[in-house]
Design a protein around this ligand. Structure first.
Ligand code: ADP
Ligand code: MG
Length: 679
């Protein structure tokens, strides 16, 4: 932790190598030690009877018969040789190494590494050596590498670094925690991770390093939060419960208990003198927008301005309409600012924003442009927080006197995970839908049932309803997605000749998008073919069918978001997932989608079936990434670390005793400790 020694100091590392290592984000010895292997080669000699099909193994045996060689062409060949391993006679298959034929004599002892094919009783040979296994280490780490530094060289550098610096490794974990959890000390753990003797060691080492990483993360987050509370000069907003109550009494519905609860949490935060940083999560349609409106109303009544920032123009306009409907007859002035507001209109708008005539500003990224200044910004709400980068959020916050911030997200994650993973945020959760919501009936169809699906869509259209069709998703290629959408649009236009079919994708200009959306909203088009851009927030209550092509390519949470585009009116709505779903996991996912409509349950499944990185995409979920730990896999450790961090920071000893020096130093290095006790 204190080893800020540049890697060039390591024996054998010259300027060239150092540069290559920097490409891997390795600048110091510390970075090097924390460049963990992502897997291991296992050359441990195994007993064949315990090996599973397709497993990579190393075995020792004796050549049993003359090798036989087949040439496919001058370079390509296959050599097969029968080998006795314990009591088994197996076949070793060696490609493109014909020269080995002469070397493999009957009776010779060999060590073979390769993939075991149980059905053929054969090994596809990766390595074959004469004699017994002689490696000093039978487990070798495999590292991510780049540039001219290969895995073998990296192993050498790692050894050299250990030889030189192992004695200087500082263990930040206090003795007491190490004993309590029976954790290895840091030197041993790092040694075991990089040079393990067996896999039990790796497991132990990992346990220690994961705990350490998560404890440090929690300490950093909690210290940051305390520091913000102490130093955040955010002005208290004197919101009144009565204002909120009178507003609520005019709504056409009572709030759900969950809405009531989170509203109270938010209002009481607003009144406090420190800066609010709160996550509001709730399923699609759980009524987050209404809660946001109440908060904005109360803030406006208390004499402050509010801003609502959303990811797309479509959403911004939608929010503007619904906020105006809720707020304007209460003398709260709402305005919209997007990139299409230009010239004189923009100047007028920014002017009245600056002099405080506008109470609530709704908009896209346009809100954080330089020419936008507020009179007294008190509350910033971001919708779908994961879509804004941290920097953008900071910029907006800097526009007020450290305004309170509320992040809304409809990609809920289990509450306990949210609390642990977003250490610097408080979490409010709406875990209840308004009464009387109809479940969206969800079906799973294979591609060869497309005709039936279209017949079903047709029947709904005949009833006067509308449908969304979401196009096949091609990972990493926006362009191909667009082409797909264009193709599907063409096919459906041909199929549904009686109806108008709209087309929406990310390559359209904001104006074109707007036109397409309005066309669908006003029922000029009955079918909307789209890429995933309609995912968030779009509201067309007459649409009752959502068809999703290639549904297995989407994560559960994303499918749920898409499904949430229907079921917004009083009619029964449907979602059809078209997926061949060959793998077990995708079948499981399709099954779960047809069985549950609860976003929280889905996100739990989502996290379980794959990691967060694969599914939500870490960016989307906003979940932190670690070197060793994984928020989902190591979730239990994460919450233990959270409690431990809180206990430490509240203990007198933590701020004084020598055994915590390293931890305090760590906080200092991360800029979240100002030498005084925080609480
Ligand atoms: P979210 O933003 O969480 O997706 P919205 O706030 O847009 O949800 O609410 C979805 C719909 O439900 C809106 O039409 C809203 O007017 C309505 N709604 C919100 N809260 C309630 C409630 N407590 N009872 C009935 N309807 C509600
Ligand atoms: Mg919403």
């Amino acid at each position: 932790m204190t080893m800020e020694i540049p890697i060039i100091e390591i024996k054998g590392v010259g300027p060239e190598t150092a540069k290559d290592l920097e490409g891997l984000q390795i600048a110091t010895v510390e970075d090097l030690f924390e460049h963990f292997p992502y897997r291991y080669e296992n050359y441990e000699v195994r007993d064949l009877s315990t090996v599973k099909h397709d497993e990579k193994i190393t075995v020792e045996g004796k050549v049993h018969s003359e090798p036989s060689l087949t040439f496919f062409n001058r370079k390509k060949s296959r050599l097969t040789v029968r080998v006795f391993i314990d009591r088994y006679l197996i076949t070793a298959v060696i490609f493109n190494r014909s020269y080995l034929k002469k070397q493999l004599q009957i009776g010779e002892t060999v060590t073979i590494t390769g993939k075991w094919d149980q059905h053929r009783a054969s090994i596809a040979v990766a390595e074959i050596k004469k004699g017994k296994e002689k490696r000093s280490r039978v487990i070798e780490p495999v590292y991510a590498v780049k540039g001219n530094v290969g895995v073998k060289q990296l192993r050498k550098i790692m050894s050299a670094a250990f030889a030189q610096y192992a004695t200087q490794i500082v263990d930040a974990l206090p003795e007491q925690l190490r004993t309590q959890y029976k954790l290895m000390d840091r030197v041993d753990a790092l040694k075991a991770i990089h040079f393990p003797l067996d896999f039990r060691q790796v497991k132990q080492a990992r346990r220690r390093l994961v705990y350490e990483e998560l404890l440090l993360f929690q300490l950093r987050m909690q210290a940051f939060k305390m520091l913000q509370r102490r130093e955040g000069k955010g002005s208290p907003i004197p919101v009144k419960k009565e204002d909120a109550a009178s507003f609520i009494s005019k709504l056409p519905f009572p709030l759900t208990q969950a809405q009531q609860r989170v509203m109270n949490e938010i209002l009481s935060d607003l009144k406090k003198p420190y800066h609010m940083n709160r996550l509001l999560q709730g399923d699609v349609g759980s009524g987050k927008t209404v809660v946001a409106a109440i908060a904005l109303f109360a803030v406006a009544k208390a004499g402050f301005q509010g801003a609502l920032m959303v990811p797309t123009e479509i959403l911004a306009e939608q929010h503007e309409v619904s906020l105006k409907a809720l707020l304007e007859h209460e003398q709260v002035k709402v305005a919209l600012l997007t990139s299409t507001v230009k010239g004189k209109r923009r100047r007028e708008l920014t002017e009245s924003l600056k002099n405080g005539e506008i109470d609530v500003l709704v908009g896209t990224h346009a809100l954080i442009q330089d020419d936008v200044a507020f009179h007294n910004l008190g509350l910033v709400i971001t919708d779908e927080q994961h879509r804004f980068g941290v920097v953008q959020r900071r910029t907006l916050s800097a526009k007020g006197n450290n305004p309170d911030v509320l992040h809304m997200t409809a990609t809920p994650i289990p509450r306990t995970l949210a609390i642990s993973a977003f250490g610097d945020m408080d979490v409010s959760t709406i875990d209840e839908l308004p009464a009387g919501r109809k479940e969206i009936r969800t079906f799973w169809a294979k591609h060869d049932m497309l005709e039936r699906v279209l017949t079903f869509v047709d029947a709904e259209l005949q009833k006067g309803r509308q449908a969304y069709v979401i196009c096949p998703l091609i990972e990493e290629s926006d362009q191909l997605d667009v082409q797909n959408a264009i193709d599907v649009h063409g096919q459906l236009q041909h199929y549904f000749q009686k109806y108008n079919v709209g087309l929406m994708h990310g390559r359209l200009s904001p104006q074109e998008k707007e036109e397409v959306m309005v066309g669908f909203k006003e029922n000029h088009t009955q079918i909307l073919v789209s890429t995933t851009v309609v995912e968030v927030g779009v509201n067309v209550p007459n649409a009752t069918v959502m068809v999703i092509y290639d549904a297995e390519r989407f994560g559960l949470s994303q499918l749920h978001q898409l499904r949430g585009r229907v079921g917004r009116g009083s009619d029964q709505s449907y979602c059809v997932l078209i997926a061949d779903a060959k793998s077990e996991v995708s079948q499981e996912r399709m099954r779960i989608m047809t069985e549950t409509g609860d976003g929280f349950k889905l996100s739990e499944h989502d996290l379980k079936l794959r990691g967060p990185g694969d599914f939500f995409g870490k960016k989307q979920s906003g979940l932190p990434e670690f070197k060793m730990a994984d928020v989902v896999h190591d979730y239990r450790t994460l919450s233990v670390a959270r409690d431990d961090a809180a206990a430490l920071m509240h203990a007198e000893a933590f701020w004084k005793d020598d055994s915590y020096t390293a931890l305090r130093h760590y906080l200092e290095q991360n800029g979240v400790f100002n030498k005084e006790r925080l609480d």
